[in-house]
Design a protein around this ligand. Structure first.
Ligand code: BGC
Length: 371
C-alpha cells in the first residue's frame, strides 16, 4: 500500500522555510475569513472541510486549531468548516467554497461517494485537491496526507497481544469493534490488526469472537453493537480490538455495567483526553497517538505550495484500491501509547496535563509519574 519514494523537496523552490517562520500579524482572527491577495497567491483561499465533531475529539478541536495555526503562520487565507456528519452539508459547503473561488480544497470525506462528487466538482473548476487523513476511493485527489493507517492497526493488534499476555488469559476470545465501513482508514486499521491476530486464531492461542463495524464511527451505535456482542456471547469476550478511543469508551461503558472494565483489555486510537484517562484508570489497554500537528503541518505546507502555484513532489505513494491509481502522498508514523509512556503525548503538547490529570485522575497521574 505504501511506497517510499525519494524524499524530494518541493520542486518549485521558494523560500518556504522563511515564509513559515513569519509570525502572525496580530490579525489572526481575520485571517480565516479574508480572501483577496494576501500571501502573494493572487486571490482565493484554501478551503478545508472536516467531517464531524462527534466521532473523535480531533475533528472539532485538534485539526482545525493546528491547520489554522499553520495557514496563519504563512499568512495564507483559509476557510475551515465542519460538515457535522451530514453528507449533504458536506457537499453544500464544498459547492460554496468552489463557487467562492478557493484555489485548493482539503477534504476529510464522510464516505467515498460524496467525497468523489466533491473532488470531481473541484477539479472541473480547476481547484487543486487534497484528501486529508481519509483516502477518497476512486476519488482521484491530487494528493493524500495522512498517517500510515495500516501501521495504526498493527500497533492496535500488538497492543491487544501485549495486554492479554499481561492478564495471563489463555485462549482469549477477541471481539472486533471496527470503524465505519465507509471509511477506507477503518479498512486499513482492520487489515493491520487482523494480520497480527489471525496467526493466533490459526494456531489456537486466541479465539475469534464477534466482529462488527460501527456505522459512521457513531459512539452510541458502538455501545449498542458491543452490548449485543457481550450479551450474545454470554460475556465470553476477553479482549476488544476497538478502532478508536470513542469506540473503546463505548465498549468500556458496557463492561462497566458488568464490573468487567479493567479485566477485558480494550484498544483505541487518537490519544484523546478520554482515552488517556481510560488508560490511567486501567480500563483501556492502549491508544495510538497520531501527532496531528505533523499531519496538519504537512497538509498546510502542501496546500500553501499549491496555492502559490508550485509543483510539489511527494515522498510516498498510496495505491487507490478501487481505481488502481497511485496517489501522491505524505504519510506520518503513528506511536503506541500505554500507561507507561503517556508522557510522550503530553510532552508533545498534544494534550495538556491539566486536562488529563483533572479530578479523580490527579492521583492516578501522580502514581503513574505523569509529568
Ligand atoms: C481517523 C481517526 C478517527 C476516526 C473517527 C478516522 O478516519 O483516522 O483518527 O478516530 O476517523 O473520526
Amino acid at each position: 500500500m505504501r511506497t517510499k519514494m525519494l524524499a524530494l523537496a518541493a520542486v518549485g523552490m521558494i523560500a518556504f522555510g522563511g515564509m513559515a517562520a513569519c509570525t502572525k500579524d496580530g490579525n489572526e482572527g481575520a485571517a480565516a475569513d479574508t480572501g483577496g491577495t494576501r500571501g502573494g497567491g493572487g486571490g482565493g483561499k484554501v478551503g478545508v472541510i472536516l467531517p464531524d465533531t462527534k466521532t473523535s475529539q480531533r475533528w472539532g478541536s485538534d485539526d482545525p486549531k493546528l491547520l489554522k495555526a499553520a495557514f496563519d503562520a504563512a499568512d495564507v487565507p483559509v476557510d475551515i468548516r465542519n460538515a457535522e456528519g451530514d453528507k449533504a452539508r458536506f457537499q453544500q459547503i464544498a459547492s460554496e467554497m468552489i463557487a467562492g473561488g478557493v484555489k485548493v480544497l482539503i477534504i476529510v470525506n464522510l464516505d467515498s461517494g460524496t467525497g468523489k462528487a466533491v473532488l470531481d466538482k473541484a477539479k472541473a473548476a480547476g481547484v487543486k485537491t487534497i484528501d486529508y487523513d481519509r483516502l477518497t476511493l476512486n476519488g482521484g485527489a491530487d494528493y493524500y496526507v495522512s498517517f500510515d493507517n495500516e501501521a495504526v492497526g498493527t500497533l492496535q493488534g500488538e497492543g491487544i497481544v501485549r495486554c492479554l499476555k499481561e492478564k495471563k488469559i489463555s485462549q482469549p476470545v477477541i471481539a472486533d469493534l471496527n470503524g465505519s465501513p465507509t471509511d477506507n482508514n477503518a479498512t486499513l486499521f482492520k487489515a493491520g490488526y487482523d494480520a497480527i491476530v489471525q496467526p493466533k486464531f490459526d494456531d489456537g492461542t486466541f479465539v475469534k469472537g464477534p466482529d462488527q463495524s460501527v456505522a459512521d464511527w457513531d459512539n452510541d451505535e458502538a455501545a449498542t453493537v458491543f452490548k449485543e456482542m457481550w450479551t450474545q456471547t454470554n460475556h465470553n469476550i476477553h479482549g476488544v480490538l476497538a478502532a478508536n478511543d470513542g469506540l473503546a469508551n463505548a465498549a468500556i461503558g458496557v463492561l462497566k455495567d458488568s464490573k468487567m472494565n479493567g479485566k477485558v483489555p480494550v484498544t483505541g486510537q487518537d490519544a484523546t483526553t478520554q482515552g488517556l484517562q481510560n488508560i490511567l484508570a486501567g480500563d483501556q489497554c492502549m491508544t495510538v497517538y497520531k501527532a496531528i500537528k505533523r499531519e496538519a503541518d504537512a497538509a498546510a505546507d502542501l496546500a500553501i505550495k499549491l496555492y502559490k502555484g508550485e509543483q510539489v513532489t511527494a515522498p510516498d505513494e498510496v495505491k487507490d484500491p478501487e481505481s488502481g491509481d497511485d496517489v501522491k502522498s505524505f504519510l506520518e508514523n503513528p506511536q503506541p501509547i500505554y500507561i507507561d509512556n503517556i508522557n510522550i503525548v503530553i510532552k508533545d503538547g498534544f494534550v495538556e496535563k491539566k486536562a488529563v490529570c483533572s479530578g479523580r485522575y490527579e492521583k492516578l497521574c501522580r502514581e503513574n509519574g505523569i509529568k
